[in-house]
Design a protein around this ligand. Structure first.
Ligand SMILES: Nc1ncnc2c1ncn2[C@@H]1O[C@H](COP(=O)(O)OP(=O)(O)OP(=O)(O)O)[C@@H](O)[C@H]1O
Ligand SMILES: [Mg+2]
Length: 226
């Protein structure tokens, strides 16, 4: 069974004065454990597609299945619940919440899910230690390095054991070495825990790290459908 199944998906943005056809008849399947890069020119639809897979948005046509569940027709509230439970996002600028401590940032999704404090603590501590940031738990994001912030962002994205992790251009604002370190780190999680990771990138070096490359152009997949 595919983890993600996209069937005949199109997306038209109608809010603008002229409708924009961002995706046209997309078919693609993602299997558990894949490490997949989505690439293609700016405006080719990478972010739009990742947002549909990540339950941040719904298609205009077609179906999106996560595991066995069709999520494309769910109402916003239900979509948010699925997102919290099944998806982990690592954002380009990490989006750590500056007023929260490292611990609170890592625990954030668990807190949204209503997890008890003791369980939250236990999980965040274990993960932080594994990621080498165990001593930083009471600091705030501004008081740790960029590399440490990456690790916090990774810990936060996986603490609830999501089905899949999505990173949209997540290395775009990083220098090469830091970006490569982040990818190696995620790759290790992928190898050791079978975490499924989908990312959009322009960077050829980031594409090389993928086990599968899906190429997009003008809202269509032109290669790597799988
Ligand atoms: N909310 C929106 N309203 C209208 N048009 C949109 C919206 N979001 C995206 N688009 C349009 O949809 C198309 C696909 O955009 P998308 O952001 O998915 O491209 P991308 O491949 O991620 O590009 P980039 O590499 O620059 O991030 C573009 O033509 C874009 O202008
Ligand atoms: Mg994009």
């Amino acid at each position: 069974m595919a983890l993600v199944k996209i069937e005949g998906v199109s997306k038209v943005f109608k809010e603008a004065s002229l409708p924009v056809q961002a995706l046209t008849s997309i078919h693609v399947e993602i299997q558990k454990g894949e490490f997949t890069a989505f690439c293609g020119p700016s405006g080719s639809g990478k972010t739009t597609l990742l947002n549909l897979i990540g339950c941040l948005d719904r298609p205009s046509e077609g179906k999106v299945h996560l595991e066995n569940e069709e999520v494309s027709s769910l109402a916003q509230g239900k979509l948010a619940t699925i997102r919290r439970r099944k998806i982990g996002f690592i954002f380009q600028d990490f989006n750590l919440i500056p007023t929260l401590t490292v611990r609170e940032n890592i625990e954030y999704v668990l807190w949204l899910q209503g997890e008890t404090e003791s369980l939250r603590r236990q999980k965040s501590k274990a993960l932080a230690e594994r990621f080498g940031i165990g001593k930083l738990l009471s600091r705030r994001p501004a008081q740790i390095s960029r590399g440490q912030q990456q690790r916090v962002a990774c810990a936060r994205a996986i603490i609830h054991k999501p089905l899949l992790i999505i990173g949209d251009e997540l290395t775009a604002n990083l220098d090469h070495k830091t970006g490569a370190e982040l990818m190696d780190f995620i790759k290790k999680l992928n190898r050791e825990e079978g975490l499924t990771f989908l990312y959009a990138t322009h960077d050829p070096i980031m594409m090389e790290r993928a086990s599968r490359v899906v190429r997009m152009q003008d809202g269509r997949i032109i290669d790597g459908k799988g």
